[in-house]
Ligand binder design. Structure first.
Ligand code: TXA
Ligand code: MG
Length: 368
């Protein structure tokens, strides 16, 4: 990033500091940018109804401006300020999962600037459950457009330290609310058509959505990479979350189509996977490369690599999701040049975890 853009004196406050919210609210009301915690990942917030604030967001992230932002609200009634139609099923969805890690796509009102929606006729809306996020929206009176608070392409921030790494000097303020709970971004559901479509998988799974909506489909373009399919959430087409080193997922042959397990857990990691990861890292180390292995804490002692980076516990998708992005950033911290990861069952939350991990790996998978 060039130095010219890195010239702001970023204010950093803990959410418990007595002046934190007063300063943050004033900045948002003046059209500036404040990073803040949500239950999914840290967001980079600006006034969603002001084109110039959205432009600042794109600039701070180095994000292409055709990649629209999510507007965060504090009350369901705020949807009426943004959407020109609210289908019954969309209402059902909001009532079931808000506040929480769900983003709904609706047809936008003209008051929502095209800059915020990347030129689309639709708008993404989410009501976060994180108390500090809700407080910031309420006290500022601003409907906050917020992408994840990372530099475009890097893993989303799950700690204020990650936001500081990427955004110090580029935005007005960072509100430190400690580690986030969930660790991967909200589920995005398009409610503008006849049938609900998942555009980005997240903590709220297809199964949970179907419990209240009936049949829900998944945007085909996000299931398998296919150059002929264009994801309906523009952001899903970009490379994402990638550490600087080359990440490869090692998976056992029967793991990739194992989707009938009830918990989003580790596929029983086979000895073949462990052996292959050890072979690959030993080979890379012999070539003098800095290597790392991504695994769960209970499997860590199976590997010979000296840099083991753990992702929660096997059998617990929520602990894996919570650690995923921090682990990818740790790969960069230690300067890992080659990284090997185990694979996870693609059921329930595991589907969302694998969506992120496959992107981080540029879909490099070795099946053994
Ligand atoms: O959990 C989250 O959703 C976090 C926190 C901060 O709320 N936010 C987040 O925003 O992940 P971002 O900008 O990193 O991702 C937003 C995604 C992008 O893939 C974007 O293309 C898609 O939402 N999106 C936004 N508006 C859309 C629209 N009108 N139609 C389709 N996709 C849209
Ligand atoms: Mg993002």
């Amino acid at each position: 990033m060039d130095n010219e853009e890195k010239s702001l004196n970023t204010i950093i406050r803990n959410v418990t500091d007595s002046d934190a919210f007063d300063i943050a609210c004033k900045i948002l009301q003046d059209g500036g940018l404040v990073a803040f915690p949500t239950e999914t990942v840290y967001g980079l917030g600006g006034d969603g109804l002001r084109a110039e604030s959205s432009e600042k967001i794109y600039a701070a992230k180095g994000r292409p401006s055709d990649n629209p932002l999510i507007i965060h609200i504090a009350d369901i009634s705020d949807v009426e300020r943004l959407a020109r139609e609210i289908p019954d099923k969309a209402r059902t969805l909001m009532e079931a999962f808000w506040p929480g890690p769900l983003t709904v796509i609706l047809k936008k009102k003209p008051e929502v600037p095209d800059t915020t929606t990347g030129g689309l006729d639709t708008v993404a809306i989410r009501m976060p459950s994180h108390p500090d996020a809700a407080r910031l929206i309420r006290e500022s009176g601003v409907l906050i457009a917020a992408p994840s608070a990372n530099t475009s392409g890097r893993p989303s921030p799950t700690l204020a330290e990650h936001v500081i790494e990427d955004m110090n000097g580029r935005i007005d303020m960072i509100l430190d609310g400690g580690p986030v709970g969930i660790g991967i971004e909200s589920t995005i559901v398009d409610m503008t058509g006849d049938k609900p479509v998942i555009l980005r998988p997240g903590y709220i799974t297809k199964h949970m959505l179907e419990g209240v909506l009936g049949e829900v489909s998944i945007d085909k373009a996000i299931i398998e990479p296919d150059p002929n399919l264009r994801p309906k959430a523009p952001g899903m087409k970009y490379t994402h979350y990638a550490p600087s080193g080359k990440l490869t997922i090692i998976e056992s042959a029967d793991e990739s189509d194992n989707s009938d397990n009830s918990d989003s857990s580790h596929g029983s990691v086979s000895q073949a996977v462990i052996d292959r990861i050890n072979q690959e890292t030993e080979k890379a180390e012999a070539e003098g490369l800095v290597t790392a292995v991504l695994t769960t804490s209970d499997m860590a002692d199976k590997y010979t690599c000296k840099n083991i980076i753990t992702l929660g516990e096997s059998g617990s998708g929520t602990t894996v999701a919570a650690r995923l992005y921090a682990a990818l950033r740790e790969c960069d911290k230690i300067g890992a040049e080659v990284i090997f990861s185990e694979s996870f069952d693609r059921d329930e939350l595991g589907f969302s975890i694998m969506n992120r991990l496959l992107k981080a790996a540029g879909h490099r998978v070795i099946t053994v």
